[in-house]
Each structure stands twice: as structure tokens, then as C-alpha cells.
Write a protein that binds this ligand. Structure first.
Ligand code: AMP
Length: 598
């Protein structure tokens, strides 16, 4: 396909306001991409991509597949320089920048120049494929989509000293052969600013339309491959069956499944049970560990955005080498830890995460540890469609294999799992109190809180669905008077805990709930010291307290309830701090509780 044809089609798409029409245009573009079957046959897809693949990416402003983190590494200045050079001896990159400031969009600027007369060095080297390149004049219509692709690929690969000059030369060579319209879309493509109204969903729908395959099969194929080009080609050449046969590939990242904010109440209402996990405060990682037939292993680690971060995280690679005996794709979080293995705040992970230099030195300062909570693939088997609990089970098996007898895992409890290195803890329960206790334990262990997951749900790459919920942070907080408490049990026998909370109602105080969540042992000791002098009466473990101390508490929601004298109950209250600046008279009132509920 000529690049001029692509540019024409892109212009038509850009001019089209209606989504359905845009899909129809993209569908036509894909259907026409390889022209007659002759052209198609001559391209060996294993060696070089066919026009269809290239066009399916170009139309989204991509040069490489979505899973590939290769970048062209062309800054705007490099692009301006190449445009200026192709535009003529009297044009400098300053002029290009000036015009850009006026018109606000690089495509428009590029389209405003006349290219073609320049016979600089780049005119002969540009284009990357030998002597036929660079000899054509601008807009002759001889520049093809695959030449543009080839040159941009060569440009992306240029590295080391002199590479910026080489990139400018190559790009100059391309612009020098462009008509105005071609230059418009080339400039945008190079700077990843296609902006013709074509998103991922558009290309998905267009592939389905062009090759008459069900859109959900296209969607699934895109999820496993992350390559619009490949999916378009398979849809055309092999149809639905081909799409269904596409699988995950160890080493090629998939998009991470994402979470929504949500409440325990909603989770338990919608699912019979909730799978509950700690929410680790780190950075998302996808681990790809491939063991070849000859036993050689390769590990690659990707970020949430599918960027490769392997070199920055040697601990994760070492972990995989030690723990995995099969090829696998695991999903998890990398957490920074202190010398006691306790988690450190997220900011510490960032010091390590994308680091390119001095990794060994950074590693001395901050240690990281992976925790995996999902498993997408084991030893040739894709697990995306398995229910969450089954995937977690596989994960446990994979991680435990190195040092455990798999049969012993049958009856393993969550506590046993705590001993399996790198495995997230997962509880399945329909009991809100148990969830509350898990939340408390997570906070006490220094984690962010909890995730609630639908135990039966599949793994949906890239989806921010309802199947994973991060517990919503408290929107409002209440300042409550502490009017009672209970002595703890076991190692907490000398601490007061489970504090009764009240709000003001005229001159009285009315209870609204009890808080036991979000308090560390250290804090309990402090609170006991603070409250013990105010004990008014004791009955077994229960104590009444004079109203002296005010707690700030968060909660999930306020419900009407016969349990407390106010007639309301805070659902999932959690301790946030002591309001030592407030007297009971300054605490919140029943009226505010009523207002917050409304
Ligand atoms: P957020 O970044 O606030 O949208 O929360 C979702 C993120 O929490 C995920 O992308 C993960 O990086 C992270 N996370 C921590 N622990 C878990 C877990 N147990 N399950 C899923 N995601 C988790």
C-alpha cells in the first residue's frame, strides 16, 4: 500500500465525526491494506510484517505492537530538525517551532512545507533500504507503508554515539519523499500523536467488521496477544478459529487487570463470598519466566504499563530462578522492605523501579520483594478463563513446588500459606467481621488495606471491572467520644481495645459503634495509657469510660441499627487518630450523623 493512500484514508477518518462511520472507514482500510492476494503472498509474515499489520498499528499512531516497549526515541526537536532539513536550506528547526506555536499541531506544520528538493546526505541514506530510496521526489506516490515502517524500525534500533544524527538522517529521508498530506501523518505518527479519533476499541470493531468475525473473539485475541496487527492478520487469514487458537506467550506482556473502588457491603451483596487479600503498597509487576526444553531459563519483568523493568529488579529475577520450576506468567506487586521484612512506603519502591543505572548500589539502599497474587499461565496452559480461586491455587502450587510436598497443600490454611515465599494471602469468606479482622491485620502489618475480589471471576486484562475492588478510602470521617472499651485477650490482655464510640445528642451521648480496626499493638499501648485513668466502671472485660477522649474514625457507611442507642451504626469503622485538640463538647453530633447518612 502506498503511504499516500494511507494518508488519504487517515484524512477521511479525521474528518468523520460519527463513530460508526469511523469504524467503517478503518474496516475498509484494513480490508484494502494488502491490495491483491499477490502482494499478500509475496510478504512472508514470519519475516516481515504485512501491510495489514502495519496499517492496523499506524492507524492508532503505533509503530510496534502494544506489548513491545521499543520506542522510536525521537524527541520533538529531532523531528523538527528533520522537517526543517527536508523543507529547504532556508528553513531551520526554529522556524518549525515558531509555526508550531502558531498553528498548535505538528501535522499541520509539516503539511505546510514543500518537501523534496533536498539532496543532502540523508536523501541518499534515508529510507533504509538501499539505492532506490531517496531518489524519488516528494509526493511522487512511490513511498510505501512498508518502507515507512522499515525506516522507522531502523530508526528505533539506532543506538549509541551518533544515533541522534542517524535518526535525523533517516527521518529527513522520509519527509523528503512526502507530499503535504503524507508529511502531516508521518509527523504525527513519529511523535505518537495520531489524533484521528481512532482508539483501541475502534480498531477492535473494525477488525471484526472487515473480516466478519465476532467482536468478542477479537477482544479475547487482543487480550492475549496485545498486538492489533497480528490479530488483524489472523482474523483475515484464519478467521474465528485462528483467533481462538491464539494464546499467551511467555515473554510477551499482557495488560494488567485493574481494580475499582468498592465497599465490603457491595462486594458481599453481589457475590456469595468475597476473596479477600491484603493490598500491598508497591508497584505492579508481571513476571514472565520461561524454561526452554534444554533447561535454560529466562526471566523478564514488566510494569503495569508493560514496560520492561527486568534489569532494575534483580531480586525478582533471583526469586523466579529459585522458586519456579516451570514456565509461568505471574501477576503481583513488588514491595520495598526494611531489615525486618516489614513493608516500606511506596516511595521507596520508586527509587528502584525504573532504575537504569547503579542498580547494585540502589539495591544496597532499598531491598524489594515480590508478592504474587495471580497466575495467568503455567507450563503451556493459559489460565485467564479459570476462576480466581483456581488461579490462586495454581499459583500456590507453582510457588510451593520448590520446597513443599504438593499433597500437603490440600488442607493448607492461610497461615500455612504465609510460609510460602512470594505468595499473597487469600481468604474466602462471607463474614463481614472476618473481613474486618483481615483489614485490621493488613493495616497492622503495614499494608494499605484490602482488596476484595470475586472468587469466580476470570482474569480480564486491561479491565477496570467490578470483579476486583480496592476498598474505598473513607470519604468523610467522624470525631466520636470514646465511652467504653474492652480489655483484650491473649497477648493483648493488658491493653484496652474495641472502643465504644458515641456522638453528642443534646446534653447526652449516644453510641454509634465500636472500633477495633486499624490499631497497632504499639498504638493500643498508648491508647490504654491515655484511657485507663478515665475508667468509670468495670464488668469483666468491659469498661465504661468517662467521656474525655475523642477519636477520629473513618467508616464505610452509616446504617440504621437497633444495636446502638443513637439508632445508627457505623459500618466498618476504623481508627484514624486521637483528636487531642478536641473536647467531647467539640465531637460530632447525632445531627451530623443523620446528615451524612442522608
Ligand atoms: P490502585 O493502584 O489504587 O488502583 O490499586 C490497584 C493496584 O493495587 C493494583 O494495580 C496493584 O498494583 C495493587 N495491589 C496491591 N495488592 C494487590 C492485590 N492483592 N491484588 C491486586 N492488586 C493489588
Amino acid at each position: 500500500m502506498e503511504f499516500a493512500t494511507f494518508a488519504d484514508r487517515a484524512a477521511a477518518i479525521e474528518a468523520e465525526p460519527a463513530d460508526l462511520e469511523i469504524i467503517a472507514h478503518v474496516s475498509d482500510l484494513l480490508a484494502d491494506a494488502d491490495g491483491d492476494s499477490e502482494e499478500r503472498r509475496s510478504a512472508d509474515s514470519a519475516v516481515e510484517p504485512q501491510n495489514l499489520e502495519i496499517v492496523a498499528r499506524f492507524v492508532q499512531g503505533r509503530v510496534v505492537p502494544a506489548w513491545d516497549s521499543t520506542t522510536l526515541d525521537i524527541g520533538p526537536t529531532t523531528c523538527y530538525e528533520a522537517i526543517a532539513r527536508a523543507a529547504g536550506t532556508n528553513v531551520g528547526s526554529d522556524d518549525v517551532e515558531e509555526r508550531l506555536a502558531e498553528v498548535g499541531e505538528i501535522g499541520e506544520v509539516a503539511a505546510g512545507y514543500e518537501f523534496g528538493g533536498q539532496q543532502g546526505l540523508g536523501a541518499f541514506t534515508g529510507g533504509g533500504s538501499g539505492d532506490e530510496v531517496g531518489t524519488g521526489g516528494a509526493g511522487d506516490g512511490d513511498l510505501t507503508v512498508s518502507e515507512v515502517h522499515e525506516t522507522l524500525t531502523e530508526l528505533a534500533a539506532a543506538e549509541g554515539s551518533g544515533s541522534q544524527d542517524r535518526k535525523i538522517d533517516l527521518l529527513f529521508g522520509l519527509f523528503n519523499r512526502c507530499s503535504s498530506e503524507e508529511a502531516r501523518y508521518l509527523a504525527r505518527l513519529v511523535l505518537s500523536e495520531m489524533r484521528i479519533g481512532v482508539g483501541e476499541g475502534t480498531v477492535r470493531d473494525a477488525i471484526a467488521e472487515a473480516f466478519d468475525v465476532p467482536v468478542e473473539r477479537v477482544e479475547r485475541a487482543l487480550q492475549v496477544s496485545n498486538d492489533y496487527g497480528q490479530v488483524a492478520r489472523v482474523a483475515r487469514d484464519e478467521g474465528r478459529e485462528g483467533l481462538d487458537a491464539m494464546e499467551l506467550e511467555v515473554g510477551r506482556p499482557v495488560q494488567a487487570m485493574l481494580a475499582q473502588a468498592g465497599t465490603v457491603t457491595d462486594a458481599l451483596e453481589e457475590w456469595e463470598e468475597a476473596a479477600v487479600e491484603w493490598k500491598y503498597d508497591g508497584a505492579r509487576v508481571q513476571l514472565h519466566h520461561r524454561i526452554d526444553d534444554d533447561g535454560t531459563a529466562e526471566t523478564r519483568v514488566f510494569s503495569r504499563n508493560m514496560e520492561e523493568v527486568t534489569d532494575a529488579l534483580p531480586e525478582v529475577v533471583e526469586f523466579a530462578d529459585g522458586a519456579l520450576e516451570e514456565s509461568a506468567i505471574l501477576d503481583g506487586e513488588v514491595v520495598a522492605i526494611d531489615e525486618n521484612d516489614d513493608p516500606l512506603p511506596f516511595q521507596e519502591v520508586l527509587k528502584r523501579f525504573r532504575r537504569k543505572h547503579d542498580v547494585a548500589k540502589a539495591r544496597e539502599d532499598v531491598t524489594v520483594r515480590p508478592v504474587f497474587f495471580d497466575c495467568l499461565h503455567v507450563d503451556g496452559e493459559d489460565l485467564l478463563e479459570e476462576p480466581l480461586t483456581a488461579r490462586h491455587e495454581r499459583l500456590r502450587g507453582v510457588l510451593a513446588e520448590a520446597d513443599e510436598d504438593p499433597d500437603a497443600l490440600e488442607d493448607a490454611t492461610v497461615d500455612d500459606e504465609a510460609d510460602i515465599e512470594g505468595l499473597s494471602l487469600l481468604w474466602t469468606t462471607d463474614d463481614p467481621d472476618e473481613i474486618e479482622a483481615i483489614d485490621a491485620a493488613a493495616l497492622e502489618a503495614g499494608h494499605e488495606g484490602i482488596m476484595l475480589k470475586d472468587p469466580d471471576s476470570a482474569y480480564s486484562p486491561g479491565r477496570r471491572g467490578k470483579h476486583w475492588r480496592k476498598r474505598k478510602p473513607d470519604v468523610e470521617t467522624l470525631d466520636c467520644v470514646v465511652t467504653g472499651a474492652e480489655w483484650g485477650e491473649g497477648r493483648r490482655a493488658t491493653f484496652l481495645g474495641t472502643f465504644e464510640l458515641s456522638v453528642r445528642a443534646g446534653d447526652d451521648l449516644e453510641t454509634v459503634g465500636k472500633v477495633a480496626t486499624g490499631i497497632t499493638d504499639e498504638k493500643l499501648e498508648e491508647l490504654t495509657e491515655l484511657l485507663e485513668p478515665h475508667i468509670a466502671a468495670e464488668d469483666g472485660q468491659e469498661v465504661d469510660l468517662e467521656p474525655e477522649v475523642v477519636f477520629e474514625v473513618g467508616y464505610e457507611e452509616i446504617q440504621t441499627s437497633p444495636t446502638y442507642s443513637s439508632g445508627y451504626a457505623l459500618r466498618f469503622p476504623r481508627f484514624l487518630g486521637v483528636r487531642s485538640d478536641k473536647d467531647p463538647d467539640d465531637a460530632d453530633s447525632l445531627e451530623r450523623v443523620e446528615r451524612l447518612r442522608a
